[in-house]
Design a protein around this ligand. Structure first.
Ligand SMILES: CC(=O)SCCNC(=O)CCNC(=O)[C@H](O)C(C)(C)COP(=O)(O)OP(=O)(O)OC[C@H]1O[C@@H](n2cnc3c(N)ncnc32)[C@H](O)[C@@H]1OP(=O)(O)O
Ligand SMILES: O=C([O-])CC(=O)C(=O)O
Length: 367
């Protein structure tokens, strides 16, 4: 039997869902989030504004914003038994696996587990937005034999997140740059992780299950894991000349270079990467040390000349996180934490207008 449906490896270009959440408009070169351009949002608003936009369909006014901040602060606390479970995990686990375990446990303290209504799911999304930074940081701290840290309600959301990571209250500039990175990571249409979450949600499974699947997806090097891989390359290369040689050698061996290329922006720079590049420049100038910026620029030049490929967000987020003093193993968990709000919006939308995902195959085995 021959099906009349074309086989598209990797579902490249296939439309898999109807959504009002976001679109990569490649013709206009815009990332549209609920009618707004993400890059313009990143210049005028903060992460929590965009989180509100994603969940409520509108940017918050000042009253709504304060209410949201208070609501989140009231939910920062994570039950201590979550830390007890983290302490039982094998120390060699990546913090993404710790984070995934933490998310799974949260399902157990949800009193309305069988309720998939918009209101209940939205409340869950706010709770997750509040708790994810604590879970992200404390899974890492406990896995690395450190003491868990408590969130500080006297700090703004992103400042508290960065404080928990580094143990230091960030400067205004550090807070703004970190917040911008969260905003840029918040939502991006239909990457593998969002597709994963929607596929799981389509069985009428719950938000926690959908998100834990997405953690596993986002951990991979071809997706969110690339930001950590980029930083490892930069550190190993040490100098501009070392990085140039490393990239040329990798290209010679036909290896993929982490932080370059994108399924949708394959021949153009990811617009989000340009914003992070500017942040890297600011941080390097402030420190009076331009090495990482110069290495990244040299890498960008080589990849353009040799392959016609451009950086994605992970390429510039990695050195920015390094300059902010963030441990490398937290780069991908931070990406996931920032993306939680976008994923929640997608799961809610999937539950609202659901059809089970169940594709067919192009069979190449024996009959
Ligand atoms: C925030 C994010 O999650 S963004 C993505 C982060 N991931 C990375 O940075 C990992 C590195 N990049 C890649 O592996 C890829 O570019 C992907 C997975 C992101 C997209 O890949 P695909 O859409 O499947 O493109 P595909 O792998 O078919 O590449 C097309 C061509 O470009 C080449 N190419 C694509 N990306 C790269 C790269 N990073 N380094 C070297 N060559 C590359 C491929 O080898 C291929 O060349 P060929 O036609 O000569 O064989
Ligand atoms: O869109 C993608 O495929 C990957 C990506 O850049 C993201 O999830 O931010």
């Amino acid at each position: 039997m021959k099906t009349n449906i074309d086989f598209v490896p990797g579902l490249e270009g296939v439309i898999a869902a109807e959504t009002a959440i976001s679109l990569l408009d490649t013709e206009q070169e815009k990332i549209i989030l609920r009618g707004y351009d993400l890059i313009e949002l990143s210049q005028q608003y903060d992460y929590l504004d965009v989180a509100h936009l994603l969940l409520e369909g509108k940017l918050p006014n000042s009253e709504e914003k304060s209410e949201m901040e208070e609501k989140l602060k009231a939910e920062y606390h994570v039950p201590t038994f979550v830390n007890d479970v983290f302490s039982l995990l094998p120390k060699r686990l990546h913090p993404m696996d710790g984070l995934r375990t933490g998310l799974s446990i949260l399902a157990g303290i949800d009193k309305n587990m069988d309720d998939r209504s918009i209101e209940v799911n939205k409340n869950r999304a706010y709770e997750l937005l509040a708790k994810l930074p604590t879970i992200t940081v404390n899974s890492y701290r406990i896995l690395t034999n450190d003491e868990p840290i408590s969130p500080r309600k006297d700090l703004p959301y992103s400042a508290n997140f960065l404080y928990m990571i580094t143990g230091k209250v960030p400067s205004e500039q550090e807070m703004e740059i970190f917040d911008r990175s969260l905003l840029l990571y918040s939502e991006h249409e239909m990457p593998n992780s969002t597709f994963t979450a929607r596929v799981i949600a389509s069985t009428q499974s719950d938000l926690y299950g959908s998100l834990t699947g997405a953690v596993a997806s986002l951990k991979g090097n071809l997706h969110g894991g690339a930001n950590e891989a980029v930083m490892h390359m930069l550190l190993k290369a040490k100098t501009v000349a070392g990085f140039e040689k490393m990239l040329m050698d990798k290209l010679e061996r036909k290896e993929k270079i982490m932080g370059f290329g994108h399924r949708v922006y394959m021949k153009k720079m990811d617009p989000r990467a340009s914003i992070m590049k500017e942040s890297l420049k600011q941080l390097c100038e402030k420190k009076g040390d331009l090495l990482l910026l110069e290495m990244c620029e040299a890498g960008e030049k080589i990849m353009e000349e040799e392959k016609g490929l451009y950086p994605n967000l992970d390429y510039y987020a990695a050195p920015v996180y390094w300059m902010l003093g963030i441990p490398i193993a937290l780069y991908t968990p931070i990406f996931f934490s920032a993306r939680t709000v976008g994923l929640c919006a997608h799961v809610i939308e999937q539950h609202q207008n659901n059809r089970l995902f169940r594709p067919r195959v192009h069979y190449i085995g024996e009959r």
